[in-house]
Write a protein that binds this ligand. Structure first.
Ligand SMILES: [Zn+2]
Ligand SMILES: [Zn+2]
Length: 207
């Protein structure tokens, strides 16, 4: 993009660089490096300001803050993931392409996928990610820190019977069964090898 240089009245020296498209100003004074480098950096930011961002495959990224398109990000995620055999995994799985019996792509078990997809007119996913779980628990230390937070400096040290609170919460925590699941993008279970391979073979560069 074209860069417009701004000067103070009566001076030839450039003090600011403006994006020729949107007019946004880029100042060299905000960079801690030497003047020449700072001017070059501000000039580059002004030049790149409204430049359309492009994925390595050639797809325009628009206003997305990602450096790769959705397909390339998914391909890279799968390339980096460890393949887990379906028979070696028991538990919740997640797929971006399906609703799931628990909603938002979560299936309570691999065995639920087929029936759920047929019942909801969905194509079965080519692959799913395993999930990690987080159990609802209370951290007694954070409660005490929170209680003493806006009190005087030594308040936390003057708390009595903290061990009783710790013992109670430890017991209480064992009674909790509420779990939240998160997709583990480092482990993938392949359900349809041909469709999985097709995702990995998406062209990296424009064809
Ligand atoms: Zn701009
Ligand atoms: Zn791409």
């Amino acid at each position: 993009m074209e860069v417009k240089e701004l000067t103070f009245k009566g001076s030839e020296k450039t003090v600011l660089y403006a994006c020729g498209a949107c007019g946004l100003l880029h100042s060299p004074t905000i960079y801690a490096c030497d003047s020449e480098k700072a001017h070059a950096t501000a000039h580059r930011f002004a030049e790149d300001c409204c430049k359309p961002k492009v994925c390595e495959c050639g797809v325009e990224l628009g206003k997305s803050h990602y450096t790769a398109c959705e397909k390339c990000r998914e391909r890279k995620r799968l390339e980096a993931a460890q393949v887990v055999k379906a028979e070696d995994y028991h538990g919740v799985v997640q797929s971006e392409t399906n609703s799931g019996d628990w909603g938002e792509g979560y299936f309570s078990d691999l065995g639920e996928i087929s029936e759920h997809c047929h019942g909801h007119d969905e194509t079965e996913p080519a692959y799913v990610f395993t999930c990690t779980e987080k159990l609802l628990q209370i951290d007694p230390e954070s409660i005490l820190l929170n209680a003493a937070d806006d009190m005087h400096e030594d308040a936390h040290d003057q708390i009595e019977a903290a061990d009783e609170l710790f013992a109670f919460i430890k017991e209480w925590n064992t009674k909790q069964h509420c779990k939240t699941y998160y997709p583990n993008w480092k482990q993938v279970i392949i359900l349809d090898q041909a469709r999985f391979d097709a995702v990995l073979k998406q062209p990296t560069y424009p064809i």
